[in-house]
Design a protein around this ligand. Structure first.
Ligand code: HEC
Ligand code: HEC
Length: 303
């Protein structure tokens, strides 16, 4: 395993290669400006919402232990249990395009895809191909020994999240007046939507309870406050119980049902536990005899 390390942004040169890396970083930070639903050129409207990659891959994708993307380029092609085959980095980016951003796949030959890949490659400068970095992927958290409670989660949301993500969880645009009227407005979010029709869809990683709870426990509220583990699970259950876009082919995910993560909210399942328990827990008893109760992501290629 390689330690968490990436080059300094100021070291990116102004040559051909450097220009593409910088462009990739800009697309990562303001995705909606380049391929959002409101961009001028209709053929470039790939996203289904005005989110950006950094909304979840925090601080340019460089934040350790919270879906950080340092070293990820070097780990691909990688086996993907969700499609039960080896996929390229472009295919993995397109999973976030079609699920997290509720959009269409970005063509592999497009300038935007090439630039995003060059940026991810640059983030992996110190990570040799085929190795992986400590601190990528879903943060590891302990399980709680009851089902997550959406009613409690609503209270946690009101106390800890509304001030930024808005009362209904729909987020706050950095210029709300503009995006409602001008078709070509290029407005992103000060606080991205965690609920509603313009949030991630129900095929996204964030729609899984443990994934969302781990992200929230690690980083939200995005200030100095810290939630308890139970509050993190409850509020994750609350935001994922509201209306959001549907990912229509989610039933086809994990063709090998035995590799489906226990917190996948979308049936069918290989085991006898009900859908509600996959969705909200409690999870301990769902692990087979002898498996650790500390949650280890079964969806991870980092075995
Ligand atoms: C101080 C403001 C603030 C508070 C309070 C806050 N967030 Fe966030 N949250 C943010 C920002 C800003 C981002 C996006 C980070 C970025 O783009 O760099 C974010 C991102 C997210 C995301 C991922 C992106 C998305 O829209 O799905 C989730 C999920 C989330 N927050 C959930 C929560 C929950 C749950 C709470 C309450 C426990 C909470 N946040 C409290 C500011 C906040
Ligand atoms: C709503 C949140 C969200 C948004 C927005 C988002 N992602 Fe993701 N992304 C995730 C989650 C959750 C994972 C799964 C992490 C894991 O399994 O390790 C992930 C995984 C990835 C991976 C694979 C990481 C690995 O360790 O194998 C890549 C690459 C990636 N995202 C790129 C992007 C890019 C590029 C964008 C913008 C076009 C983007 N993502 C937007 C949530 C998001």
């Amino acid at each position: 395993m390689v330690p968490w390390k990436f080059p300094d942004f100021s070291s990116i040169k102004d040559d051909e290669e450097g220009k593409i890396i910088k462009e990739g970083r800009r697309i990562f930070l303001e995705t909606y400006k380049y391929i959002g639903p409101d961009v001028k050129d209709p053929s470039k409207r790939y996203l289904g919402n005005n989110m950006d990659c950094q909304n979840c891959h925090l601080r340019d994708g460089t934040l350790k232990d919270v879906f950080g993307l340092v070293g990820v380029y070097s780990a691909y092609p990688a086996f993907d249990p969700r499609s039960n085959k080896v996929i390229s980095i472009q295919e993995r980016i397109n999973q976030c395009m079609t699920r997290s951003m509720n959009g269409k796949p970005l063509p592999e030959t497009s300038g935007e895809m090439k630039a995003l890949v060059e940026y991810l490659k640059w983030l992996s400068t110190y990570v040799p191909k085929g190795t992986y970095t400590e601190g990528t992927g879903i943060p590891k958290i302990n399980l709680i020994n009851r089902a997550a409670d959406t009613a409690k989660g609503r209270t946690v949301f009101a106390r800890n999240c509304m001030t930024c993500h808005a009362e209904n969880g729909f987020g706050v645009l950095n210029d709300p007046g503009n995006v409602m009227t001008a078709a070509d407005s290029l407005t992103g979010y000060d606080f991205p939507p965690v609920m509603g029709p313009l949030s991630y869809n129900d095929g996204a990683g964030m729609y899984r309870l443990i994934t969302a709870a781990a992200f929230i426990y690690a980083k939200m509220p995005y200030n100095d406050a810290v939630l308890s583990l139970e509050d993190s699970y409850d509020v994750a259950a609350f935001i994922n119980s509201g209306l959001r876009p549907a990912f229509t082919s989610k039933g086809a995910d994990y063709p090998d049902l035995k590799s489906k993560p226990i917190d996948s909210p979308n049936p069918p399942y290989a085991d006898e536990f009900p859908e509600s328990q996959h969705r909200y827990g409690p999870y301990q008893q769902m692990f087979k005899e002898g498996e650790s109760s500390k949650y280890i992501d079964p969806n991870s290629y980092r075995k």
